[in-house]
Design a protein around this ligand. Structure first.
Ligand code: DLL
Length: 445
């Protein structure tokens, strides 16, 4: 552990720490952020009346629109001269959301990433290959700072230029890598096509996140790179990467560093708080941030939370895998579908590779969902080649059987019909370095 005293702090003490910080936060934002002063006045919550985090839950949620409305820096709590760095969220539509960091915020950013990396297997002295993008995106610089804080040798590879990344990894022999899970898949394929087997790749650990992924993808990259992978979570508005990460020896939920970030799970429709274990939207209050403190920020990410201490002694809450984003949920003929549910439905189907794309389109009034699923090399050799080369009847029958099996699984799991196209290995788009978008919703294009 990077900071055992804090990471294993007994829950009553952790709560007392949070309560003290919540009191200070309430006074801080009331004085410095007009948006929050107004909200607190409207809720009849004077800062002096805040005794702890529980009182803050009387305030309404803060949403991305609130940050957008005050673009670029209207919600900052410090003058620009005290802002040492700006990052931006990776919004695909319209203006990005800007976030700022004071000197102390940058220290916090480094600290939570050092903790997250250490939980993921990192140790001082290791070589760290950082393939998250450097720039306005928080991934590269955030993990960079964490790795330096921990005392590793950082290789700031950034995203993309896969051949150069492969060469750097072979030459510098890093023990740990950080990148998106989809880019880890791209790298694994690059090693495979160079004829480098996993046991000749020096990497031992992968700290992967920034996009939704599944156990199937975890197995794929663990086998392909010969690593053990943990699920790091974060978002720019809250700080960037390092809000939460799994412990590599557990791989059972990501510890959310509660001395800095207070989590709640709320109902996606009503916004009402939900009990531990129930699935809803993660809402976070930043307890220590100076430049851009956020109270009850709606992350949009669907997950559940447990406060049961982990087997390794860490006491902070753990979040489960992010199932998807509340606003990315597909509604297909009235049925709610998260892409990760499709993956879950296919888990264990030997012929299915972890590479797929989902296309949603509307023909006249009906929504149609097409799953374009890549076959594994073995399945392709066994059933696919004949058909995709447009010949062989036996191949065709075998493909039909397989397609039916996929459709059946999806109907069983999700209750919807889906059109299935089986594709040859290597044909579905791969990550070129950053986040991969597996869903193409033609209805919104
Ligand atoms: O993606 C920060 C980050 C960088 C996290 C590197 C982890 C590693 P944004 O670009 O603002 O920040 O995007 C944040 O990405 O709200 C989630 O929807 C998604 N996301 C982040 N981590 C995970 C994860 C960074 N482990 C948005 N699993 C979040 C699923 C994730 N989704």
């Amino acid at each position: 552990m990077f900071d055992p005293a804090v990471e294993t702090l007994p829950r009553p003490q952790l709560r007392a720490l949070q309560d003290g910080r919540a009191r200070r936060l309430a006074a801080y934002v009331y004085e410095r952020v007009p948006f929050y002063r107004q909200r607190m006045d409207e809720a009849g919550l004077h800062p002096g009346a805040v005794r702890g985090v529980a009182d803050l839950t009387r305030l309404p949620l803060t949403r991305k629109e609130d940050l957008r409305a005050s673009y670029p820096m209207g919600m900052f709590a410090v003058p620009q001269e005290q802002v040492l760095r700006i990052h931006a969220s990776s919004g695909t539509r319209g203006r990005p959301t800007l976030v700022g960091y004071t000197r102390r915020d940058l220290e916090t950013f480094a600290e939570v990433n050092a903790r997250s990396l250490a939980a993921g297997g990192a140790r001082p002295g290791m070589v760290f290959h950082n393939a998250y993008g450097y720039g306005l995106f928080t991934g590269g610089l955030g993990l960079h700072a964490g790795a330096e804080r921990l005392g590793m040798t950082v290789v700031p590879a950034s995203g993309g230029m896969t051949e150069r990344q492969v060469m750097l990894i072979l030459d510098l022999q890093p023990q740990i890598i950080a990148c998106t899970p989809s880019y880890a898949q791209t790298l694994a394929e690059a090693f495979r096509s160079r004829g480098v087997p996993p046991d000749q790749i020096s990497l031992e650990y992968g700290v992967l996140g920034a996009e939704p992924w599944t156990e199937t993808i975890r197995q794929d990259v663990e086998r392909g790179l010969g690593i053990r992978a943990t699920n790091i979570y974060g978002l720019s508005e809250v700080i960037g990467p390092g809000v939460a990460n799994e412990a590599v020896e557990e791989q059972d939920g990501s510890y959310l560093w509660e001395d800095h970030f207070y989590p709640e799970i709320v109902d996606r429709d009503s916004g009402e708080p939900l009990p531990d274990g129930e699935e809803g939207v993660l809402v976070i209050t930043t307890l220590t941030k100076e430049a851009l403190p956020l109270l009850r920020y709606w992350t949009g990410d669907i997950t559940s939370l447990t406060r049961e201490p982990g087997p390794g002694g860490r006491t902070h809450a753990r979040i489960g895998r992010i199932k998807g984003r509340a606003d990315d949920m597909l509604i297909v003929r009235g049925v709610n579908v998260y892409p990760t549910q499709i993956e879950a439905a296919l888990a264990g189907l030997a012929e299915a590779s972890p590479h797929y794309q989902l296309l949603v389109r509307r023909t006249r009034t009906l929504d149609e969902l097409e799953l374009r699923l890549e076959l594994t090399e073995e399945a392709f050799r066994a059933v696919g080649e004949g058909v995709l080369a447009d010949g062989d009847q036996r191949g065709k029958r075998a493909v039909r059987v397989l397609r039916d099996a996929v459709q059946h699984r999806i109907r069983e799991h999700l209750g919807i019909a889906v059109e299935v196209s089986l594709l040859a290995p290597g044909t579905v788009p791969r990550s070129a370095g950053g986040k991969l978008h597996r869903v193409v919703d033609e209805r919104t294009l």
